[in-house]
Design a protein around this ligand. Structure first.
Ligand code: ACM
Length: 676
């Protein structure tokens, strides 16, 4: 990296811990590996400009243009540059980027900001692009204008593979929505879009050799090859690799609708139902895959190619005498043996096309070449097992965004922890990183952003930042700021909720519905599936309250923390109590306003019990505070009644949970129990 000559005296050699405590707070996510706060700040005024020195290529030039446009949006300042004036920010890359981004390219950068200029230096344009994102996150508003604090940042990623998987099969996600998510990924330095292009419900990538894959295996919504090239080029500009996934031999209904000869039982098939899987025993299967993979390998330039391999339901194999005979003749004892045979054959086709195979952890068998990558979704043990056997691995277990977990729960999952903690350094070096996963059973182009963001940013941090960056309070503080930045960038995680609430209520005055929406969350894990009673209709509207609300309620988390503070103060923290009471009153009063509105909308009638429960919890909390204030224990029958209200509110309604039951329970326990 180019050395930056700077007057060392202007930097306070403060550790990051000290920097965190000083003003201003840096809202960086992912947190860089080394931050030293300086003195003073660089004003961002209309004359702000950028000079590129060193290596230039189109990707860096475009990156700088995007940076300037984004800075202009963030500040509302239209920048204009006097001809010949030196740039305030100098961007220098020693080298350009490879035409096809590689896994092991240097992504490091050093950013130095003083009170009069800024310098971004990186070995490659890739690092420079990351550094520009950091600069954008440093911009703050102050009484005297927009500024960037003086700082020296030396940064590089912890893992080279930091991905987001988007399933576009269950619900098709159009190119413009993918692009704004790529913008978001670039903002938090994620560098792999894993594009889950086929599954039972739809085949989404055009094949010119096999046009019935999308022609019959989709509802007409798919990406043309031109669109695919466009997305890949866009991703490349944003320092992001694109790894395609074509799921086989299971999750393959959409393949066999047009090509039933691939299946292990005679068709015909439809997209709507059935569990067909690909027949690994016929040579014609491999002829098909040879042509198909050959075509897709040219379309997708990345060195890695994902073949799925998950959740193979072997019913068709068990029921087919020819397949059973093939297995006997080849000494195969189980369906796993047959899948391993299939994988070896597919891997050879991929190798011929210069691709490295990636698959979900079911592909893990000791007889595959060590070049493959295992993506662990079922637990950290399988990741550890894969790297022990000499394979490379990615962690996705713990990073499933569709499970509706809070950000803190994803944040606590580390690829090097649990089963991986005791691996040797050499084994650990084969853990390439991880990927968050957005499965698309319950998302549409309208609400996918709010299912991915802002939570995805904390997984991005886990994969980029040093392992010891784990402070949850700091994470949530920074996440709040990053979430706002991401909306500036064009993501719609907040805006979509507002629009959906307006649609449900049929009016722009959604204040009372917002009070409810702010403290509820969808049921967790796969409970929505379990409640859906029968197969999911993927063309059904997703326009209910459960589809609009955020996976995680900030308000409930803040309320929980406030009650914690109040209890820990021995019920003496009056500011906390006043805020707790204010929120409880707003909830307690809300149903009277909201209930008549809910009744008027067919989409919201199912949520009336939730609104009642929220108000009941509000009243319970207020009564508990009154007992606490009077320092007299609440009577036993009061407690019994309140317990019934809390227990009722814990039950999901319309797939939704009221998230303040635990802190209200704490207040009731405090009101009823002995206190000092
Ligand atoms: C998976 O979730 N079936 C990879």
């Amino acid at each position: 990296m180019r050395t930056i000559i700077l007057s060392a005296a202007i930097f306070v050699l403060a550790s990051f811990a000290a920097a965190q405590n000083s003003q201003p707070q840096l809202n960086l996510m992912p947190m860089p590996s080394n931050v030293q706060l300086g003195r003073g700040q660089l004003p961002i005024s209309q004359s702000f400009s950028v000079t590129i020195t060193g290596h230039h290529d189109a990707s860096l030039d475009l990156g700088v243009q995007r940076f300037q446009a984004q800075l202009s949006r963030q500040t509302g300042i239209p920048f204009w540059r006097k001809a010949g004036a030196p740039g305030i920010l100098t961007v220098h890359a020693d080298h350009g980027r490879d035409a096809v981004q590689k896994l092991d390219e240097d992504e490091s950068y050093e950013l130095t900001v003083t009170d009069s200029s800024a310098n971004l230096a990186a070995p490659t344009a890739l690092g420079a692009l990351h550094g520009l994102q950091t600069f954008l996150q440093l911009v703050q508003v102050t009484p005297t204008g927009f500024v960037v604090p003086a700082v020296n940042i030396k940064d590089q990623p912890r893992f080279p593979w930091r991905g987001l998987m988007i399933d576009v099969s269950r619900h098709f996600i159009p190119v413009d929505v993918l692009k704004r998510n790529l913008d978001g990924m670039a903002a938090v330095k994620m560098n792999v879009l894993h594009w889950h292009l086929s599954d039972d419900q739809g085949f989404r990538a055009e094949s010119k050799k096999f046009p019935k894959l999308t022609g019959m295996g989709s509802d007409g919504q798919y990406y043309t090859q031109e669109e695919i090239r466009d997305v890949i080029a866009y991703a490349h500009e944003h320092a992001i690799r694109v790894v395609p996934e074509f799921d086989m031999p299971g999750h393959s209904r959409s393949w066999v609708v047009g090509y039933p000869e691939l299946a292990s039982a005679p068709g015909p098939y439809t997209l709507e139902s059935g569990d067909p899987i690909i027949d690994p025993t016929r040579e014609s299967t491999y002829k098909f895959l040879d042509k198909f993979i050959g075509e897709m390998s040219k379309l997708f330039p990345d060195a890695y190619f994902h073949i799925g391999g998950d959740e193979v339901d072997g019913k068709q194999w068990n029921a087919n005498p020819k397949i059973q005979e093939f297995m006997r003749a080849h000494g195969m004892k189980s369906n796993q043996d047959l899948q391993a045979y299939f994988n070896r054959r597919v891997q050879k086709i991929l190798a011929k096309n210069h691709k490295r195979m990636v698959g979900w952890d079911e592909i893990l068998r000791p007889d595959l070449p060590k070049t493959i990558v295992v993506q662990s979704w079922r637990g950290q043990a399988s990741l550890a097992q894969a790297v022990k056997l000499g394979y490379s691995g990615l962690l996705s277990y713990g990073y499933y965004l569709d499970l509706m977990w809070p950000a803190s729960r994803h944040y606590a999952v580390d690829p090097m922890a649990d089963a991986a903690a005791t691996l040797s350094p050499e084994e650990k070096s084969r853990i390439l990183g991880g990927e968050s996963c957005q499965w698309a059973e319950w998302v549409t182009p309208e609400n996918i952003d709010s299912h991915i963001w802002p939570r995805n940013a904390v997984i991005a941090e886990r994969l980029w930042s040093p392992q010891n960056v784990t402070d949850v309070d700091s994470m949530y503080r920074r996440l709040h700021a990053v979430s706002l930045d991401l909306e500036w960038l064009g993501l719609t995680h907040d805006a979509a909720r507002e629009h959906m609430l307006q649609r449900m209520l049929g009016t722009a005055d959604i204040s009372s519905l917002r009070v409810l929406a702010d403290v509820i969350e969808p049921v967790k894990d796969y409970n929505r599936w379990d409640d859906s009673k029968g197969p999911i209709d993927f063309h059904a509207p997703l326009n209910r309250l459960i589809d609009a609300v955020y996976p995680e309620s900030d308000r409930a988390r803040q309320f929980t923390a406030l009650v914690q503070t109040f209890v820990q103060s021995g019920f003496k923290d009056q500011a906390a109590e006043a805020q707790i009471r204010a929120w409880l009153i707003s909830w307690s009063d809300n149903d009277a306003r909201l209930h008549p509105l809910l009744e008027q909308s067919f989409l919201l009638q199912e949520d009336a019990p939730l609104s009642q429960e929220l108000s009941a919890l509000g009243a319970t909390g207020i009564a508990a505070l009154d007992y606490i204030d009077k320092s007299q224990p609440a009577p036993a029958d009061w407690r019994t009644q309140q317990q019934a209200i809390i227990d009722q509110a814990k039950k999901p309604q319309a797939g939704l949970l009221v998230m303040i039951t635990a802190p209200v329970q704490q207040l009731v326990d405090a009101a009823a129990g002995p206190r000092n």
